[in-house]
Design a protein around this ligand. Structure first.
Ligand SMILES: [Zn+2]
Length: 348
């Protein structure tokens, strides 16, 4: 069964002017799932955990910005008076979900949170990205650390947001206990400009970072091929005890912020595949990242809840097909990723 973690405080992270990352996103999510899942509140006191991932100076800067009214801290990312509480409770939602899953109460959790987190590194901007991409604290990364300090030795983070999770990659780049796998739009064509095939981790962490950069216009058939050839075999071989998902709905074809062409069929495929792992793993914690089409956010979230609850879930969209020229490029990306990752994993 799946439980949801949510708090109205997330609505108090408010943009100073029109912005794609706004409260209507999670209102749409909650509206679509409130009759189908239990909703719990996040853990409140998270400051000790914040500091296990973020520099104290960075946390202080964020807190100061929250005292300044409605301000932009970079070209994309805003802070409002309610942001500091919302961002802490976003972290607390992931921690609550991990508690529920590790305690055996839920097999899956969905942290319906904002602000998102995967672009933020230890000290703010990560890997020389131009901005923090709407993110304040790295919710999923703090969740991974929390799991590691609660009896878990191996965490897999699957990042299916259309953007590369540069913050998460940076934080765990030398850590073999956390496998970071990201599928994202080619960084040469989109923010944050990071996430290349050769980024495999460093030191002890070498081999535990997997990037699959996909060309614009990649559709369902090609994306699922990349999942089947690279992502599922590596996660299976790693044998995580828990999987955290950076869940972005911005890879959907109706999302205007990016250029992939997925339908909800790919999301359904991912949700079913993860559901079928439960038993071998303690559970899955989904953490909302991006996704800026409120209709897709609502329908996709409902699909997640229904599939994880073992209900029949119909996808009311056709499977999208990749143009042959784009497919040729995807095939070459898959070949390149396999040839790099074959040094660490049994890939064919
Ligand atoms: Zn995104």
């Amino acid at each position: 069964m799946i439980g949801v973690i949510y708090d109205n405080a997330y609505l108090e992270h408010k943009p100073p002017r029109n912005h794609v990352e706004n409260p209507s996103r999670i209102l749409a999510v909650i509206k679509s799932i409130s009759d189908a899942a239990i909703i719990e509140r996040p853990i409140n006191n998270v400051d000790d955990w914040l500091l296990k991932v973020h520099d104290p100076n960075y946390v202080r800067q964020v807190d100061e910005a929250c005292g300044m009214g409605y301000v932009f801290i970079d070209a994309d990312t805003y802070v409002s008076p309610g942001t500091c509480r919302a961002a802490r409770l976003a972290v607390g939602a992931v921690m609550r979900g991990i508690d529920k899953v590790l305690g055996g109460e839920w097999s899956a959790a969905y942290a319906v949170v904002r602000p998102p987190g995967h672009h933020v590194g230890r000290g703010g901007r990560a890997l020389m990205a131009p901005t923090q991409g709407f993110c304040i604290f790295n919710n999923v990364a703090i969740g991974a650390v929390y799991a590691l300090e609660h009896g878990i030795n191996k965490v897999a983070i699957l990042d299916i947001d259309v953007h590369h999770g540069n913050g998460t990659q940076e934080i765990f780049y030398e850590d073999p206990r956390v496998l970071y796998v990201s599928l994202h739009q080619d960084p040469l064509t989109i923010y944050p400009g990071t996430g290349f095939i050769d980024d495999v981790g460093e030191g002890e962490g070498e081999g535990f970072n997997v990037n699959v950069p996909l060309p614009p216009f990649t559709a369902d058939d090609a994306y699922m091929k990349a999942l089947d050839r690279i992502v599922w075999p590596i996660i299976d071989e790693f044998r995580p005890q828990i999987i955290l998902v950076s869940l972005g709905f911005d890879a959907h074809m109706l999302d205007n912020i990016a250029n992939l062409r997925l339908s909800l069929n790919t999301y359904a495929h991912i949700f079913r595949r993860l559901r079928d792992m439960i038993g071998r793993i303690k559970g899955v914690v989904f953490v909302l990242e991006g996704g800026y089409n409120v209709d897709v956010l609502g329908r996709g979230s409902r699909l997640l809840v229904d599939i994880m609850s073992n209900k029949d879930a119909e996808v009311d969209e056709g499977v999208t097909q990749t143009d042959p020229r784009v497919m040729a490029r995807v095939n070459s990306v898959i070949r390149d990723v396999v040839s790099v990752q074959r040094n660490y994993w049994h890939l064919t």
